[in-house]
Design a protein around this ligand. Structure first.
Ligand SMILES: [Zn+2]
Ligand SMILES: [Zn+2]
Length: 263
């Protein structure tokens, strides 16, 4: 009698073990794809090939990546000085609203972890550089000095979404298709740059679906593959909402990781 109970419980135990391992195997993929687990994944190094090599130097040092930019973009603009090869007369910018100051060499340095992590709470961005774009030009949020960008200020943006300020030339909004050769994303899935928390930001579309993502979090970030990685990793997209009737703000949301200084 006792023997058969032991045998029965052994068989049951084996069955339970088998059932468990089956279950684990079946849910393994789901775990990897879970958007709420906060998986820590290394930023795909292939993405850094997209940066303007004449402005941006990227160095990899163990668990850190350092991005140094001279902020000189590889595209035309009326903000270049008139004798520069890349100078053009304004296409979309209202001449009256062109802000003072030309594109000049600057120095921005950002060091981020190779495996950036989502923070327990998101953080607002401040005035100044909050990311570095593929052209080397810093990414700004909606702040323009003590206030937000107004329609008047925005009408001075060049076709690439940039203008000059006391701290130099910077972008606020997505570039516009005016027939100029653009190294910047325009309503597509191209890389825009890297934010100060180390997460990459792409255009309004995601390469993983070939369309505007609909599974973005409060910062329009999500875990998905991109053209730079077959492994899903967390990245942002430009929010697909019209700003000031005409534009797409590059980043008017919170950072979901930990901010690093851009100096
Ligand atoms: Zn500005
Ligand atoms: Zn995506």
């Amino acid at each position: 009698m006792k023997k058969s109970i032991i045998l029965l419980s052994m068989i049951f135990g084996l069955f339970a073990m088998y059932a468990c391992s089956e279950d684990d195997a079946a849910t393994d993929n789901d775990d990897d794809n879970d958007e709420t687990t906060g998986d820590v994944v290394a930023t795909p190094t292939l993405a850094f090939d997209e940066f303007n090599a004449s402005a941006v130097t990227v160095s990899f040092d163990g668990d850190e990546i350092t991005i140094v930019s001279n902020a000189l973009p590889n595209h035309t603009s009326p903000y270049w000085s008139a004798n520069d090869d890349l100078y053009i007369d304004p296409i979309v910018a209202d001449e009256e609203s062109i802000s003072p100051g030309n594109i000049t060499e600057a120095s921005y340095t950002l060091t981020v972890p190779t495996e950036p992590e989502l923070a327990s709470t998101s953080t607002e961005t401040g005035l100044g550089a909050i990311g570095i774009s593929v052209t080397g030009v810093p990414i700004y949020n909606q702040s323009e000095g003590p206030t937000d960008v107004t329609e008047g200020t925005a009408s001075g943006f060049d076709w690439s979404g940039g203008h000059s300020g006391p701290t130099g030339y910077h972008y606020h909004v997505e570039a516009r298709d005016v027939g100029e050769t653009s190294p910047l994303t325009i309503d597509d899935d191209e890389l825009l740059g890297i934010m100060s928390d180390g997460f990459l930001i792409y255009g309004r579309k995601c390469n993983s679906i070939g369309d505007y993502p609909i599974d973005g979090d409060a910062s329009n970030g999500h875990y998905a593959t991109t053209q730079h990685s077959t492994e899903e990793f967390y990245h942002y997209h430009i929010v697909n909402e019209i700003y000031l009737n005409t534009y797409y703000l590059l980043f008017g949301v919170d950072l979901q990781g930990t901010q690093n200084a851009i100096m």
